[in-house]
Design a protein around this ligand. Structure first.
Ligand code: BES
Ligand code: ZN
Length: 886
């Protein structure tokens, strides 16, 4: 317990004894002269009036002379007369609304040691999906409310006055007063409940020390399925009445995950039970509250008949992610939000480790490269940020839940693990977990443990990746028997940054059994290659691939000879899946940065035309989608031919798979089919569109038809949308009807995802406006936004401008960034970037400033890329040659 005091230094300890309350305004962190040890929290939600009342008694340890207690509270009405510290009433009660801070000033210095702070308060069950909020659901044809909490990052203060920072761990003892017929859940099991007619009072067991952002409450009507871990921990999945069958898959993954993590960390699950609950209105995908994990319905429920293979996979990943947090995040917690990546990067990485062990046939580590390439993309922007990011104010925390914390975080962990070796890494993680259990840790603390356990220079190595933004591109040039390598920061705008990294380099050459490792510390270095790399002069069997399996967080630029050799290795099927993904993504990025030609990218892509693997093709699809978009702007005259070329690359695997599932086919083929069909529809492939429409027409008459199972539905919907217009809207109306009538979450969302995927202005507007109706939950708006096609960017941008006031009022936190992130990057001109930037000049909020900057940078990068393509000599020739190849 004493560790807490040491672990929670305020930004700078203020002169605690004197001064005025004003000294606590606008601070990044609460002062540390008083810290909570234990909370007794009572809450009484009123699900009809959508309000709540409560009282809290906090045991506070005062460790330095002060006459103030400074804690957090926001949007609560605190009853001033009720406030007492021991027997003392405050002489001064001040709220700093912008900071969410409550300052209590007392007449004289508080006694050192522990005392109890008490107060009563009331609040509103809001509909912003944060703090203590209400969600709506249907039961027996009637609308009902449930009460739910979502506290991460800084919203526990909206539910009860508290020290709302991760380092202030304390024990929690909760009591709820709720209608007797409802299920009332919290982090801990029920200790006892007393009934008084329609009302029950539920007392929960006291929790171990934990952070406020992990406290949770759910009150509503639910049913559940139940399982048990090998150590006898009870696990339940709670769903809406009638849907508990759909919780079975998540339950199975949940139980397996708890078993696996217990072994991995060599530490038992610390709580007596684990509940997982599907919540109808939920801002994030899922939240790892200690012992009471909450999910969006689609992130938890899986139904054999109505769900797709990709949703099965995402349920597994999500459950494994949240349960990894029960150790990494909940038992050992980041000391401050600067270290958020420890939580999110680790949970992301571990979820793949777990899912790979449960479902080896999914080849999830190849799919993990999606995470790495997403992060490499974002981190090649000037407006990126380091993994460890300074947080100056609570309002800045929400925006760091981004691809840098999650995906770059997970990727550098994978890089480190592969450098240290899986076993050594696991051992060190287990001792880290034991050392910091029930306490907090910083990034350096993890490096120190890893360094001690392995003897490797972990801190120096990793600091170059976590404290500076960006990453290097390794230039590789062959000179005699050596490969000269040189690192330089990679930026998509074509400039070169000044960053330097310690790079765990790996290479394979000629044959896969020869692997080399080198820790690159300097700017330049030589890699000696021997005859095992094949004979350079004979060509054919000579090749070298750096960054084996993409475990490193960097890109590689090969000289012409090495590149040609690799292309040859690709076409003669010498490369691993992950290496195939790496070369195409690197060349794609180098082409955007104009370090390689667009023609060379098309050439390389053409080498993938026989590819049949899901994860490789999923990356190829990302690249082809982007190419189709940029060529429409860069070379409209050539865009049609380029599309034909892209179709040529994707068509043969698509034809092999067809529309109908085959008996006994693999999970990955089931996922590949819709990926390819959707890609072909988007590229305007007539035959695929017609077939999609045909199947859809049958589906509208017979919703049980086997011609359109859940996996391929979206492709058919998208095909229908290709022909829809304001004057020919029957397909659109049919889709809207499915959306309205379907009871299945995933099916509804699949429709929502394509309603705006249309060239017709009227239809696009009609779809976007659904966002403001009760037909679309606020949590789902982004799904509609993501469907917008480049052809509809003007109309969408105008719509955004016209509705901005309403949007910024309706959507809180991260939900508002979705509007910027989906619409702005559709543009590819500097003029538009200037216009957009001007519009937002007077309208930014701390929550989305960085997203806006990044989106605008992307527009400028696209503009520069398009310009390069336009002036590239011989491009038309290349396209024609490739098209003409047999
Ligand atoms: N801790 C997050 C939830 C969260 C996200 C809280 C943003 C506050 C702000 C949770 O562990 C998480 O990462 N959820 C992911 C799903 C996961 C499978 C990547 C999410 O919500 O997208
Ligand atoms: Zn997480």
């Amino acid at each position: 317990q004493g560790a807490n005091l040491k672990a929670s230094p305020g930004a700078s300890a203020p002169p605690a004894a004197g001064g005025s309350a004003e000294q606590f305004r606008g601070k990044a962190r609460l002062p540390s002269f008083a810290a909570p040890r234990r909370y007794e929290l009572f809450l009484r939600p009123d699900l009809v009036a959508c309000t709540f009342s409560g009282s809290v008694a906090i045991s506070v340890a005062v460790s330095a002379p002060t006459r103030f207690l400074v804690l957090n509270a926001l949007d609560l009405s605190v009853n001033r007369a009720s406030i007492r510290f021991q027997a003392l009433a405050p002489t001064e009660v001040v709220f700093f609304k912008d900071d969410g801070v409550l300052v209590l000033g007392f007449a004289k210095q508080l006694p050192l040691g522990e005392g109890v702070l008490k107060m009563d308060f009331t609040g509103i069950l809001n509909d912003q999906m944060r703090g203590f909020y209400r969600s709506k659901y249907q039961y027996k044809g009637k609308e009902r409310n449930m009460a739910v909490t979502q506290f991460e990052s800084v919203d526990a203060r909206r539910c009860f006055p508290c020290w709302d920072e991760p380092a202030f761990k304390a024990k929690f003892k909760l009591t709820l007063e709720v209608p007797s017929e409802l299920v009332a859940l919290s982090n801990m099991p029920v200790a006892n409940a007393t009934f008084a007619g329609p009302i029950k009072t539920v007392h929960y067991q006291e929790s171990p020390p934990m952070s406020t952002y992990l406290v949770a409450i759910v009150v509503g009507l639910f049913e559940y399925v139940e399982g048990m871990t090998t150590k006898g921990t009870r696990v339940r999945v709670y769903t809406q009445i009638g849907k508990s069958n759909q919780g079975k898959f998540a339950l199975d993954v949940g139980v397996k995950s708890l078993n696996l993590y217990k072994d991995y960390f060599d530490t038992p699950f610390p709580l007596p039970k684990l509940d997982m609950v599907a919540i109808p209105d939920f801002a994030a995908g899922a939240m790892e509250n200690y012992g009471l994990v909450t999910y969006r319905e689609v992130a938890l429920l899986f139904d054999d008949k109505s769900s797709s293979a990709s949703s099965k996979q995402s349920v597994a990943i999500t459950v494994a992610h949240e349960l990894a947090h029960q150790w990494f995040g909940n038992l050992v917690t980041m000391e401050w939000w600067t270290h958020l990546w420890l939580n999110e990067g680790f949970a992301t990485w571990m979820s793949h480790l777990a899912v790979d062990s449960f479902f080896p046939q999914w080849n999830i580590w190849a799919q993990f490269l999606d995470r790495t390439t997403t992060a490499l993309r974002l981190d090649s922007l000037e407006a990126s940020h380091p993994i460890e990011v300074e947080i100056h104010h609570a309002s800045e925390v929400d925006q760091i839940f981004d691809a840098i914390s999650y995906d770059k975080g997970a990727s550098v962990i994978r890089m480190l693990q592969s450098y240290l070796g899986a076993e050594r890494f696991q051992k060190a993680m287990a001792s880290y977990m034991k050392k910091y259990a029930y306490s907090n840790a910083k990034t350096e603390d993890l490096w120190a443990v890893l360094e001690k356990e392995t003897g490797e220079p972990v801190k120096d190595l990793m600091t170059t990746w976590t404290k500076q933004k960006g990453y290097p591109v390794i230039n590789a040039k062959i000179k005699g028997n050596d490969i000269e390598i040189e690192q330089a920061q990679f930026l998509l705008d074509g400039s070169s940054g000044s960053g330097m990294w310690i790079v765990p380099l790996t290479s394979r050459c000629g044959a896969y059994d020869t692997e080399k490792k080198l820790l690159l510390k300097l700017k330049r270095e030589k890699l000696v290659i021997g005859s095992q790399c094949g004979d350079r002069k004979k060509g054919g069997n000579f090749w070298t691939k750096l960054n084996i399996d993409g475990t490193g967080f960097y890109r590689v630029k090969y000289d012409d000879e090495l590149a040609a050799a690799l292309q040859n290795a690709l076409e003669t099927k010498k490369l691993s899946l992950m290496d195939k993904i790496g070369i195409v993504d690197d060349l794609y990025a180098l082409s955007i940065a104009r370090q390689q030609t667009f023609a060379s990218l098309l050439h390389l892509l053409y080498g993938y035309r026989g590819e049949a693997d899901y994860s490789v093709l999923s990356h190829i699809n990302t690249v082809t989608t982007s190419i189709a978009k940029i060529s429409a702007d860069a070379t409209p005259a050539l865009a049609g031919d380029i599309k034909q070329l892209l179709i040529k690359i994707l068509l043969s695997p698509a034809e092999k798979l067809g529309w109908d599932p085959k008996k006994g086919e693999s999970h990955l083929d089931v996922m590949l089919r819709p990926l390819l069909l959707t890609a072909l529809v988007q590229l305007g492939h007539g035959k695929t569109i017609n077939e999609g429409v045909r199947r859809f027409n049958i589906f509208t008459r017979d919703r049980g038809t086997s011609l359109l199972p859940p996996d391929t539905r979206k492709a058919a919907y998208l095909a229908v949308m290709q022909n829809v217009s304001s004057s020919n809207r029957s397909g659109y109306d049919a889709l809207r009807k499915i959306y309205k009538e379907s009871a299945e979450g995933e099916e509804r969302l699949q429709v929502l995802g394509i309603l705006s995927s249309c060239r017709d202005k009227g239809i696009v507007l009609e779809s976007l406006n659904l966002i403001f109706t009760s037909e679309v939950r606020n949590q789902d708006a982004y799904i509609l936004l993501r469907g917008i096609q480049p052809e509809a960017r003007e109309i969408s941008w105008n719509w955004l401008k016209e509705n901005w006031e309403l949007i910024s009022k309706t959507f809180a936190g991260s939900l508002i960034t979705d509007f910027v992130e989906t619409i702005v990057p559709l543009f590819t001109s500097n003029e538009k970037a200037a216009e957009i930037s001007k519009f937002f000049a007077t309208r930014t909020k701390p929550g989305f400033e960085r997203t806006l900057k990044q989106s605008l940078e992307n527009v400028r990068i696209s503009a520069r890329w398009a310009e390069g393509i336009r002036s590239e000599p011989g491009l038309a020739q290349t396209v024609r040659e490739l098209l003409a190849k047999p």
